[in-house]
Write a protein that binds this ligand. Structure first.
Ligand code: ZN
Length: 440
């Protein structure tokens, strides 16, 4: 999950292929309940005993893997740590039978690993998560991996090293089950998600375009310790306002000046309602600067804002509306520019993601689990895997990683009891998706 994990605001209901039984808000996250009868037999099936045994056998080794990953600092851009973990991941993937390709992620440093396993079937599946964290050099030594009271702690233990461990041990479980009826499984581990994946998102987007389904292993993003998968994430755009006026002596000749700060204040007030709660669009002005000395009428002022959205068309709407509104000045002879820079796109609600979510819920019910489906205000790499030009190919589902909470804080944790259910979920998902008829 990227920094500033702002959980969802309310948003309008889009027409969907599946009828929603009910909507339940858990804190700020919208939880979508899909009617059981539409997606699976009403009575939950029994667990697949062979799979359950195979994944239970992976739990202890998974915890060892997780400890090893957490105990190396991999803050975005901290290349010595990223390289160490990259070498470990490469060796692990190769030991599982994958061919591994390394692609540089130049913006912050580090590499994206692309591991490919070939099977006997036709379906192409991708397992995705990042191996960078928000934490600094030395944090792993200060707070090494620990387990207490049913939870694991340490930098990035849930976001997203738990997801990496789950991917590796899902592959290990499939191996012990002798399961190879997929066409290919492509594992993508990227080193810069916490800084917007600026050096890896093109790779993620291109590799994902080849797939039938993409499973992304960020942790659960519902309330703390609540078991959920994510079916929609917001995109982010960066808004800016710049005002140029004219400086003058504030005591001697104030009338000769054109106060850029006054104009900026006016613009912020008239541009504060560009959001559209029905569509889940928000725009908040969050940073301001202007002026230099108390006795000078300021000639420069600027503001920055944070826009979140689900609907791609909102970029054009907000930009056009913002520019039109900004034409009305309070201080004459000032120049005002309203801008909007694109950041991470959204993973919009879509029928294929919802169907994948419903499938995950049905698998969870086999082991007595209850998986929520949530839409969140933060953004993840699932949005880069999603292909707006061919929605649903691949189908993308997020938050198949561990259940946890307090991400990006020193108290970040993973729920140990979630490891076996999550391994079961990922393993069964890969098996079911492999055995489907090729899509369209
Ligand atoms: Zn993350």
């Amino acid at each position: 999950m990227t920094r500033r994990l702002a959980l969802a605001a309310a948003r309008a209901l889009a027409p969907l292929a599946l009828v929603r039984l009910a909507l339940v808000r858990v804190a700020l996250v919208r939880v979508v309940l899909v009617p059981v009868a539409l997606v699976s037999p009403v009575v939950a099936a029994e667990p697949d005993a062979r799979v359950l045994a195979a994944v239970k056998a992976q739990e202890a080794p998974l915890r060892e893997t997780l400890a090893g990953l957490v105990d190396v600092d991999t803050g975005t851009g901290f290349v010595p740590g990223l390289s160490r973990v990259e070498a470990t991941l490469r060796a692990r993937l190769e030991a599982l039978g994958a061919e591994v390709e390394i692609r540089p992620a130049p913006t912050f440093g580090g590499n994206t690993l692309i591991g490919t396993l070939k099977g006997t079937g036709a379906r192409k599946l991708m397992l995705l998560v990042h191996y960078d964290t928000v934490f600094g050099e030395g944090d792993a030594a200060k707070r090494p991996y620990t387990e207490r009271d049913g939870r694991a702690y340490g930098p990035g233990v849930a976001d997203a090293k738990g997801g990496i461990a789950l991917i590796l041990h899902t592959l290990a479980a499939l191996k012990t089950l002798d399961f190879a009826r997929f066409g290919t499984i492509t594992v993508v581990f990227n080193p810069d998600e916490e800084r917007g994946s600026r050096g890896s998102h093109d790779t993620i987007h291109a590799v994902a375009a080849e797939q039938d389904a993409v499973l992304s292993f960020e942790p659960s993003f519902a309330d703390e310790a609540v078991d959920a998968a994510t079916i929609a994430t917001k995109g982010i755009n960066y808004a800016s306002l710049t005002v140029t006026g004219r400086s003058a002596h504030a005591g001697g000749a104030p009338e000769a000046g054109r106060n850029a700060v006054t104009e900026l204040a006016h613009q912020i007030l008239q541009l504060q309602d560009l959001g559209d709660p029905r569509k889940g669009t928000s725009l908040h002005w969050t940073v301001v600067a202007g002026g230099t000395k108390p006795n000078i009428i300021p000639d420069q002022a600027r503001a920055e804002g944070d826009m979140r959205y689900f609907d791609e068309a909102e970029y054009d709407r907000v930009l056009a509306q913002g520019r039109r509104i900004a034409e009305a000045h309070r201080v004459p002879d000032t120049q005002v520019t309203f801008g909007l820079n694109k950041g991470r796109p959204p993973l919009p609600a879509n029928p294929e993601t919802r169907a994948l979510g419903a499938r995950a819920q049905a698998i969870y019910r086999e082991i007595g689990g209850d998986l929520k489906l949530v839409e969140i205000g933060g953004g993840t790499d699932a949005a880069y895997a999603f292909q707006p030009a061919s929605p649903g190919k691949p189908a993308v589902l997020e938050s198949l990683g561990v259940v946890g909470g307090r991400y990006h804080s020193a108290d970040e944790f993973a729920v140990l009891d979630s490891l076996t259910p999550r391994l079961y979920l990922a393993t069964r998902l890969v098996m079911q998706l492999s055995e489907e008829a090729p899509a369209r």
